[in-house]
Write a protein of this length. Structure first.
Length: 347
């Protein structure tokens, strides 16, 4: 079956083109629950990706066609719902068109008042000196007739508007309905959700983007899954509790990026001066789990997430340990420097 999200309290249609009305932001947390598997910004985007039949376009500015979520299982009950679904999209951008400016035919222009001199100052001086004011009551069409000289044509352009001779062929209709104006760019490309009896077990959200500063295409993957861990109880001892653990990592979609051959002539030369490298290849295509960004937003806590890193510099070990990382092991091949994996457990 297929599912569409037709509305959400976090959906903000004004965000498409209003830079001053941008909530929910990517860093906004749920006001009641804090960190959740689907953030308010995720819910805003899912409504658009599944139900926005108007107002958004693809990379070629063609109308975006929303795609519903494919669900293998959906059951609703008073105890909660069961869901097993997946949705994937090419993230669109907000798109609207403003009408093309009307092309005025010369015969439709109003009368040109006497004494108006040439407004086209870009013409050569000898031509401007020959341009004469159009007499009161004369129409611009008479001054831009096919037999008129350049000076007479310039005299007709006194109001600096686009003037089209009446004898010219009609304008070819534009391909686009107007001048495209782009707005909000979405980045959510995949949503996978597994839940049972109102409790999420596995949720994956994928965001498309580029790596700074070289521009390789990449995806940030956020996974929230339920895992058992021993938790202390007030009476003493521990008991197993199934917590929701969230982690993020990056997958490189464009391992090699070339910076040459896309321009010609002087622009290519200038681009080469700004970026002397012809291509850059990334060899690490999947990162370890990322540490949550700092600073921590007031009233929230990102330290529920585990963090993992590798250190090859012994001088950095004490620094990482002060921030809660523990040494897991030491990896060394021959006489090469040791590589020390470190983990900061979920807290």
């Amino acid at each position: 079956m297929t599912l569409r999200a037709v509305w959400s309290p976090d959906y903000n249609p004004a965000r498409a083109f209003d830079p001053d009305n941008q909530p929910p932001k990517k860093t906004d947390l749920d006001p009641d629950l804090g960190v959740t598997d689907i953030s308010p910004n995720d819910r805003h985007q899912i409504v658009i990706l599944t139900s926005a039949f108007h107002g958004y376009g693809d990379a070629q500015n063609a109308p975006f066609v929303p795609t519903p979520v494919d669900a293998q299982m959906l059951m609703l009950s008073s105890l909660g719902g069961w869901l097993r679904s997946r949705g994937h999209w090419d993230p669109p951008h907000a798109l609207r068109f403003i009408p093309w400016p009307p092309l005025l035919f010369a015969a439709d222009l109003p009368l040109v008042a006497d004494g108006i001199q040439v407004a086209e100052t870009a013409a050569p001086a000898e031509v401007r000196s020959e341009a004469q004011p159009i007499a009161d009551g004369a129409r611009a069409a008479e001054a831009i007739a096919p037999g008129a000289n350049l000076a007479a044509r310039l005299g007709a352009l006194a109001d600096n508007r686009f003037v089209k001779p009446a004898v010219a062929r009609p304008t070819i209709p534009p391909i686009l309905p107007g001048i495209p104006i782009t707005g909000e760019q979405l980045d959510l490309s995949e949503w996978v959700h597994i839940a049972a009896q109102g409790r999420d077990h596995y949720v994956r959200i994928v965001y498309e983007g580029h790596l700074y500063p070289f521009g390789h295409r990449a995806a940030l993957i956020k996974i929230t899954e339920r895992k058992f861990s021993d938790t202390a109880v007030p009476e003493g001892g521990t008991t197993p509790v199934a917590h929701m653990i969230q982690r993020e990592y990056i997958v490189v979609r464009e391992p090699e990026k070339s910076y040459r051959g896309q321009l010609n002539g002087l622009p290519e030369t200038l681009a080469g001066r700004k970026m002397p490298l012809t291509k850059i290849r990334l060899t690490t295509l999947v990162t370890p789990d990322l540490h949550q960004p700092l600073p921590i937003i007031g009233g929230t806590n990102f330290q529920h997430c585990p963090a993992y890193l590798w250190s090859s510099n012994p001088l950095n070990i004490s620094f990482y340990q002060r921030h809660g990382f523990e040494i897991m092991d030491a990896i060394q091949a021959g006489s090469s420097p040791p590589i020390i994996p470190m983990l900061r457990r979920a807290r």
